[in-house]
Every structure is written in C-alpha cells, then in structure tokens.
Design a protein around this ligand. Structure first.
Ligand code: HEM
Length: 125
C-alpha cells in the first residue's frame, strides 16, 4: 500500500489542501504573492503535486512536467516569514486530518523540510 492510499487517498489530500488555502486566502502576507485572483488553480496544483509525491496518480507531471519546485518559486520572495506562515497554515490543515501518528509524522516532516528548501532570500535561508 502506498502512503497515498494509507492516509485515505485523494479525499484526504483534497481536505488538506482546501483547509491550507483557506488559511492562505486570509493571510495578508501570503495572499498577495499569488498572481491569480482565483486561488482554485493553485490549490489544484498543490493537491496534485502532493498526491503524486506520496505515490498517488501522476496527474501533476502529466499536466505540469517535472516539478522543479524550487525553480518555480523563484518569482516569489520566500523568506523566513513567508515560510513560517506557509507552515502554520499547513500545520492547521494537517491537524484537521487527525491522522495516526505514524502517518502524520512523515507527512509533517516532509512539509517542513520542503518549506525550508523553498526559501530563496539568502539572508533568511
Ligand atoms: C506554487 C508560494 C512552499 C508546492 C506556488 C505559488 C506561490 C507559492 C505564490 C504560485 C501559485 C501557482 O500558480 O500555483 C509558496 C510559499 C511557500 C511555498 C510562500 C513557503 C515556503 C511550497 C512547498 C511546496 C509547494 C513546501 C511543496 C511541498 C507548490 C506547487 C506549486 C506552487 C506544486 C505549483 C507549481 C506549478 O506547477 O506551477 N507556491 N510555496 N510550495 N507551490 Fe508553493
């Protein structure tokens, strides 16, 4: 069984990312970074990426190609503050999934690691 299946498949990632983007929508620092008025397409891209990362369908790469996430984030200024706000909304979203610890732990560890890796303001890295 993949991690994707173990946590509940697509439905779980849909809930995670929906809750996360509710936080982003209300965040005065993060919201202005998103170029589109509608956060829906960004929500869909993050949802498909995370599903693929954890062993689910490869729809993300079929639509977007190789993730190259650090490169795709270069247009946005991501310092310690942006990273920490991103992680705070993600933490709230992960909490609402109420996953067993053996699943929640690797998910959260990855998200923290990935968020630190996305920082592109040298003095904050
Ligand atoms: C795209 C911000 C971290 C995954 C974006 C976009 C912004 C953004 C503004 C463009 C919206 C769009 O058009 O999709 C941030 C900030 C972060 C962060 C402030 C703070 C650390 C992460 C992390 C991941 C991630 C840790 C993965 C675990 C993605 C994906 C996309 C995206 C998959 C869409 C890429 C594409 O296909 O174009 N992010 N991001 N982001 N982000 Fe992040």
């Amino acid at each position: 069984m993949t991690f994707f299946e173990a946590v509940g498949g697509e439905e779980t990632f849909t809930r995670l990312v929906r809750r996360f983007y509710e936080g982003v929508a209300a965040d005065p620092v993060l919201r202005p970074l998103y170029p589109e008025a509608d956060l829906g397409p960004a929500e869909e891209r993050l949802r498909l990426f995370l599903m693929q990362y954890w062993g689910g369908p490869r729809t993300y790469s079929e639509r977007r190609g190789h993730p190259r996430l650090r490169m795709r984030h270069f247009p946005y200024r991501i310092g310690a503050e942006e990273r920490d706000r991103w992680l705070a909304h993600m933490r709230a979203a992960v909490d609402e999934l109420e996953l067993p610890a053996h699943l929640e732990e690797p998910l959260w560890k990855y998200l923290v690691y990935a968020a630190y890796g996305m920082v592109n303001v040298p003095e904050d890295a």
